[in-house]
Design a protein around this ligand. Structure first.
Ligand code: UDP
Length: 239
């Protein structure tokens, strides 16, 4: 526990893929619990934590649309899938003693509270983790864009994008052994060099609102805690 965390409030964005287990699909309790433990570390660092989890482990609208489904219908299914992930994560967090609430952009009476920016602010100030479910509530968006949007709305200090790689590289490190990781990089450089950080809508929302993006490898013990203290040796800060 630090007296002064580097980030007072963050919006952590995780792909739904972080919740899938060895089967490659669905909500795996071991994977979900492991993710919850990492989130607990972030909370223990003293920062306020809001979370958005995608639905890549369950359903993505574009995949449904490719199979002939109406895009809006497919995206609605995708957004509902994010609600399932958020509920699973709330359950896992509460199971390890972390207070958590879900707010949804789609109404499901009796199961999900509606998104309410002021209420979210109060909960975060009280140390409660707030999970934002159902994306923006509108089709044709991604949960990355929703993460940028909600981060602006709750005045987060940064969007933390948890990925499978430990930051932003000059080229794809899986394909190019000479690729190097940026520790800090500007929005302008990301655009000029066409570096992959977030989708274009999400990225421009962050840039327009001077909202830093931290890209890091999610899942390893201690990494999130280091970043919370301002150590980017295993991450990239885009600002
Ligand atoms: N989605 C949407 N509007 C939003 C956010 C998400 O329609 O504001 C839908 C979309 O179909 C998307 C799915 O929800 O494919 C799951 O989100 P995403 O693909 O971003 O999940 P991730 O890749 O992060 O797991």
């Amino acid at each position: 526990m630090t007296s002064q965390p580097h980030f007072r409030r963050i919006l952590l964005k995780l792909s739904g893929e972080m919740l899938k287990g060895p089967s490659g699909f669905g909500i795996d309790s071991t994977a979900t619990m492991a993710a919850a433990s990492r989130i607990k570390e972030a909370v223990a660092s003293g920062s306020q934590v809001a979370i958005i989890i995608g639905a890549g482990n369950l359903f993505r609208g574009q995949a449904g649309s490719r199979q002939g489904m109406d895009r809006s219908c497919a995206d609605n299914i995708g957004m509902l899938a994010t609600c399932m992930n958020a509920l699973a994560m709330r359950d896992a967090l509460e199971g390890i003693g972390v207070r958590a609430e879900v707010q949804s952009a789609m109404a499901i009476t009796g199961v999900l509270d509606p998104f309410d920016q002021r209420r979210a602010d109060q909960l975060l100030n009280a140390g409660v983790v707030v999970l934002f479910a159902a994306g923006t509530g509108h089709p044709y968006f991604t949960t990355d864009t929703c993460a940028a949007l909600r981060a602006c709305e709750i005045h987060a200090d940064a969007v933390f994008k948890g990925t499978k790689v430990n930051g932003v590289y000059s080229a794809d490190p899986m394909k190019d052994p000479t690729a190097t990781r940026y520790e800090r990089v500007s929005f302008q450089t990301v655009l000029a060099k066409r570096l992959q950080v977030m989708d274009a809508t999400a990225f421009s929302l962050c840039q327009d609102n001077r909202l830093p993006i931290v890209v890091f490898k999610f899942g390893e013990e201690g990494v999130l805690n280091d970043i919370m203290r301002g150590n980017f040796s295993a991450a990239t800060l885009v600002s």
